[in-house]
Structure formats: C-alpha cells, structure tokens
Design a protein around this ligand. Structure first.
Ligand SMILES: [Zn+2]
Ligand SMILES: [Zn+2]
Length: 85
C-alpha cells in the first residue's frame, strides 16, 4: 500500500484547494491528515475505504462463536468429573 502524502489528495491528487465543487466553492481538506479533499468523489471513495477497513478489523477481532464456547465449557465440566458439584 502506498502511503498518502499530506498536502496532496490521495484520490484526485489536488492540493486541497483546487477542485471545483458542485456548490461553486473550491475543495478543502476533509481531515487534519490532509490526504482527502471535500470533492464528493474523493469523500465517497474515502468513506468506502474506511468502511472496508472497519469490516476487516471486525473480521480479525471476531470472537469465538457460541459452538466453540460450548465445546470449551463441556471440556471443563468433563475435567471435573467425579467431584460433587
Ligand atoms: Zn480529492
Ligand atoms: Zn480537491
């Protein structure tokens, strides 16, 4: 992954004040990182990327599913066999 350069929009490559927006204004920086401008196309690309990253993180930090938890509990109980509860 290429790292974005602050001061250059990573989607359209503008300098943060050169896109012509539908409102007639020029774009601005979307955040303090200064790598995404407020051009609607850049913003939607940026938010799509954020959503994708969040989904990836969720996948990585997924907890064991209930079947696995039940299996663990069953093993624990089996280990205590012979003792009065
Ligand atoms: Zn842009
Ligand atoms: Zn721009």
């Amino acid at each position: 992954m290429n790292s974005p350069t602050p001061g250059t929009c990573r989607f359209c490559g503008c300098n943060g004040d050169s896109c012509n927006l539908p409102s007639g204004d020029k774009c601005m920086w979307l955040g303090p990182s200064r790598t995404v401008c407020t051009n609607p196309a850049c913003m939607s690309a940026h938010f799509a990327e954020v959503a994708r990253k969040k989904a990836e993180i969720r996948k990585l930090t997924r907890r064991p599913n209930s079947a696995q938890i039940h299996e663990l509990i069953r093993r624990k109980k089996r280990g205590k066999k012979g003792r009065a509860a």
